[in-house]
Design a protein around this ligand. Structure first.
Ligand code: NDP
Length: 445
């Protein structure tokens, strides 16, 4: 049995109840075969055994009191996965579906993503099964304060620096930062995604969506093409989807769709982003309202077809994990889609991703294509350490450079190992080699 097969069998046995983690870990391990099975140095130091095992997992009780005076209890997590190249870094997700498997999958992906940014940040992730939707601001505040009261023991500006993710935006980061400061009596860069007046970075809000589009743009450039005149299908209508749409529109492409958890809109003439921002960011409403406002747009509720049925040159899934399956992938390819860039984390199922690669679609996995968010978070850490704030243009230009470098790093790695155009393998290999080399240098820890 090869080294990789041995590790896969081992993680399947140990984590049988963690399907998302197994999916993510197996995908990475499969593409590392060409690197680790041919070089015994990795097996000699049990590199894979160590990299699939988080350095530390914290699970905790989060009690809080709702507006009616009733005590509620949620479950909190922080998975500190790998600190070989820097302090743990990764978001916090508040969503009812959150469980250890999902946090471990996200934390594992984060190791390689953070490595690809070229910045000194390790991998981690956390969150809770708390649902901020439908809660009052005071309820969200009491929850965040309770969550941070425990989390504060485990994080620090040189140890672990969480950020936002699904369900954790500026409001939640603010409440958690306030509580951290109160507990520790220090003003430090312990969270990123902070408000601009209190240590946040310009361009962090835009970073993931913009970065996704910069990656795809660099690929298009490499084949003598551009976004001009392209039809782009986007899913999601949250932070990543909105700013990916904005950048595509700036570069001359037409975004024809968006989704939320209740349905999708197809607007062939092009999505009106101001209306989306008003509905999703200001009113915190539903996409159905967009359909009502635009008579030439089609709104369909979940269960009536899929956003991936829409003909598009480029697809940018920006909502959530496993939102694009094999059937969707086949439809996209049949309709002429040539490029897929993942804004969300693991939005394509494994067989969908494999189908894209097998059918010569330029497929950019989230761990490379959405690394701009964490990349700018790391730039926020740098600004906090310097006690300086950089201009929007300065941060945006560093983001652009970072994403251009990521495209070339994964492209080069795919070529070096004889898998030209397979950016899944390229991202896994390029991300892995740097972390593995740091782990080897640091001994058996
Ligand atoms: P938001 O919470 O801002 O938006 C998420 C969007 O996805 C919303 O439109 C939401 O709909 C929709 N959505 C969520 N769950 C589902 C579901 N089960 N089915 C259909 N639609 C769903 O999150 P972000 O935009 O920040 O994050 C989106 C993805 O990008 C996540 O995978 C996240 O991990 C990843 N990511 C985010 C980064 C960031 O900087 N924000 C960085 C890197 C990755 P609704 O409005 O109905 O809730």
């Amino acid at each position: 049995m090869s080294y990789v097969d041995k590790i896969i069998a081992d993680i399947e046995k140990k984590n049988a109840d963690q399907p998302e983690f197994l999916q993510a870990a197996k995908e990475v391990l499969e593409s590392l075969r060409v690197v680790v099975d041919s070089d015994k140095k990795y097996e000699d130091v049990a590199l894979l055994e160590r990299i699939v095992e988080p350095e530390r997992i914290v699970q905790f009780r989060v009690p809080w009191i709702d507006d009616s005076g009733k005590v509620q209890v949620n479950r909190g997590y922080r998975v500190e996965f790998n600190s070989a190249i820097g302090p743990y870094k990764g978001g916090l997700r508040f969503h009812p579906t959150v469980n250890l498997s999902i946090i471990k999958f996200l934390g594992f992906e984060q190791i390689f993503k953070n490595s690809l940014t070229g910045l000194p940040i390790g991998g981690g992730k956390g969150g809770s099964d708390f649902d901020p939707k439908g809660k009052s601001d005071f309820e969200v505040m009491r929850f965040c304060q309770s969550f941070m009261t425990e989390l504060s023991r485990h994080i620090g500006p040189n140890t672990d620096v969480p950020a936002g993710d699904i369900g954790v935006g500026g409001r939640e980061i603010g409440f958690m930062y306030g509580q951290y400061k109160r507990l520790k009596n220090e003003f430090t860069g312990v969270l990123t995604g902070k408000g601009l007046e209190w240590g946040g970075s310009l361009a962090r809000t835009e970073a993931t969506g913009y970065g996704l589009v910069y990656t795809v743009e660099e690929y298009l450039k490499s084949i003598g093409d551009s976004f001009k005149g392209k039809k782009v299908a986007v899913s999601g209508s949250g932070n990543v989807a909105i700013f990916a749409t904005q950048k595509v529109q700036q570069l001359g492409g037409t975004v024809v769709s968006m989704t939320d958890s209740t349905g999708y809109v197809y607007h062939e003439a092009g999505i009106n982003l101001d209306d989306i921002k008003e509905i999703k960011l200001v009113q915190r409403g539903r996409l159905a309202d967009y359909g009502k406002k635009h008579s030439d747009a089609v709104y369909k509720e979940v269960g009536n077809g899929s956003v991936w049925d829409i003909p598009a040159d480029i697809a940018l899934p920006c909502a959530t994990q496993n939102e694009l399956d094999l059937e969707n992938a086949k439809t996209l390819v049949k309709n002429g889609c040539k490029v897929v860039g993942e804004g969300a984390n693991m939005p394509s199922t494994q067989d969908a991703a494999d189908y894209f690669v097998a059918n010569k679609v330029a497929f950019f996995p989230g761990k490379a294509a959405n690394a701009g968010g964490v990349g700018v978070s790391a730039l926020e850490m740098s600004q906090n350490s310097e006690r300086l704030s950089w201009t929007f243009e300065e941060v945006d230009s560093q983001l652009n450079k970072m994403m251009v470098n990521i495209f070339h790093a994964i492209d080069d790695a795919s070529r070096e190992y004889g898998m030209e155009g397979n950016y899944i393998a390229g991202a896994n290999i390029a991300g892995f080699k740097k972390v593995a080399s740091a782990m080897i240098d640091q001994g058996i820890v």
